[in-house]
Design a protein. Structure first.
Length: 61
């Protein structure tokens, strides 16, 4: 299979799955191993004050 990726392109890894499947831990492990960062798009985790049932990461992570 040919590689049509342009030079300098940055790969993106998407981690998806059901609630409580371990996505956050996996994403942190992948970011650490690959030298990347985690971009969280979980709508419930980004709202201030919605702390119960959202498994928010501590600010230092």
């Amino acid at each position: 299979m040919p590689n049509d990726t342009p030079p300098g392109a940055v790969p993106v890894v998407a981690v998806v799955g059901p609630t409580a499947a371990g996505k956050t831990d996996l994403s942190l492990d992948l970011a650490h191993a690959l030298g990347g960062e985690v971009v969280n798009t979980d709508a419930k985790q980004v709202y201030r004050g919605m702390d119960i049932g959202t498994a928010k990461l501590p600010p230092d992570q």
